[in-house]
Design a protein around this ligand. Structure first.
Ligand code: IMP
Length: 189
C-alpha cells in the first residue's frame, strides 16, 4: 500500500501524512549530533514539556549518544482543541534544582510562542548557567513571541498537526508520523 498520502482520524477530524517517521528520525539524528558536540562534558539537563514533547524528548536524548545528561519534565497547558487558550498554566513543576545548570528545554511545537516565552521567564529566575531550546516543529507564520530556538526540527505552515506526541484533544499522540489537518470543505464527510 502506498502510505505517502495516508489519512488518519483523530476524533471527528481527518489528517493527511505530512512528515514521515524516516524524515523525523533523520532530522533528530542531526540535531542529536549537534547537541552532543556542543554539550560534551557539560552534563546538560533536558527539560521536556509534557505532554506533547515526550516522544521527541525520548528520541532526541538517545540521538545524543553517550553524552552525560539528565532529564526532567514539566507540564504546561495552553491549548484547548485546535486553538491556543492564551493562558499558560503550570500543571506539574520542576522537581530538581536548575541553578548553575546548562538547560535544554524540549518542546514539541512552537505556535504563537507564548507557552515557551512564559516558561523561559520562569526558568530564568532560578539562575541556570544557560538555557537553550529544542523544538521539533515551529510555525513561523504563527509566532507572536520572539526568542531564539537553537535546535529546530522543521519549520511548518500554520496548520494544525497531530502525531509523534502531538494531539488533538488527547488523540493522535501515538501516530508514528506527523499528520496535517485536512481543512473540510462543505461536501466532505
Ligand atoms: P504556543 O504557546 O501557542 O506556542 O503553543 C504551544 C503548545 O500548543 C504546544 O506545546 C502544543 O501543545 C500546542 N500546539 C500548538 N500547535 C499545535 C498543533 O498544530 N498541534 C497540536 N498541538 C499544538
Amino acid at each position: 500500500m502506498d502510505v505517502k498520502n495516508k489519512i488518519v482520524k483523530a476524533h471527528d477530524l481527518s489528517f493527511q501524512k505530512y512528515l514521515s517517521e524516516e524524515k523525523i528520525a533523520e532530522r533528530i539524528a542531526v540535531l542529536g549530533k549537534e547537541i552532543a558536540a556542543q554539550y560534551e562534558n557539560k552534563n546538560p539537563l533536558f527539560i521536556a514539556v509534557l505532554n506533547g514533547a515526550f516522544v521527541f524528548a525520548a528520541d532526541l536524548m538517545r540521538a545524543c549518544g553517550d553524552m552525560a545528561c539528565e532529564v526532567s519534565f514539566v507540564k504546561l497547558s495552553s491549548y484547548d482543541g485546535l486553538a491556543s487558550s492564551g493562558k499558560v498554566e503550570t500543571i506539574l513543576g520542576l522537581d530538581t534544582s536548575i541553578e548553575g545548570r546548562e538547560i535544554i528545554v524540549i518542546e514539541d511545537i512552537v505556535d504563537t510562542g507564548k507557552t515557551l516565552f512564559q516558561f523561559l521567564q520562569h526558568l530564568g529566575k532560578f539562575n541556570p548557567a544557560s538555557i537553550s531550546l529544542a523544538s521539533l516543529l515551529v510555525k513561523p507564520d504563527a509566532i507572536q513571541y520572539h526568542f531564539p530556538i537553537a535546535y529546530v526540527g522543521f519549520n511548518i505552515p500554520n496548520k494544525f498537526v497531530v502525531g509523534y506526541g502531538l494531539d488533538y484533544n488527547g488523540a493522535g499522540r501515538n501516530f508514528a508520523a506527523i499528520y496535517q489537518l485536512i481543512e473540510s470543505t462543505s461536501s466532505e464527510s
